[in-house]
Design a protein around this ligand. Sequence first.
Ligand code: SF4
Length: 71
Amino acid sequence: MIAVSFDKCNNQEKKDFECPCTYAGCPRHGRCCDCVHYHRKKDQLPACYFTAEQEKTYNRSIDFFIECRDK
Ligand code: SF4
């Protein structure tokens, strides 16, 4: 098994700038590996999978993602 550390990310400053998530106060903002890990455990996708309008709903479910893709 590969050990993954979420403590250090050489790209965090850059990713924090690029992260489209508008959910205020999330400690995973700009920490993509931590963000994916968190949402994957909940059968969800991170904010960057959604358009700006979809992202604002804070619905990160895979069902919502598929529903949006089908439109
Ligand atoms: S997508 Fe989720 S985990 Fe990622 S920054 Fe936004 S609220 Fe945090």
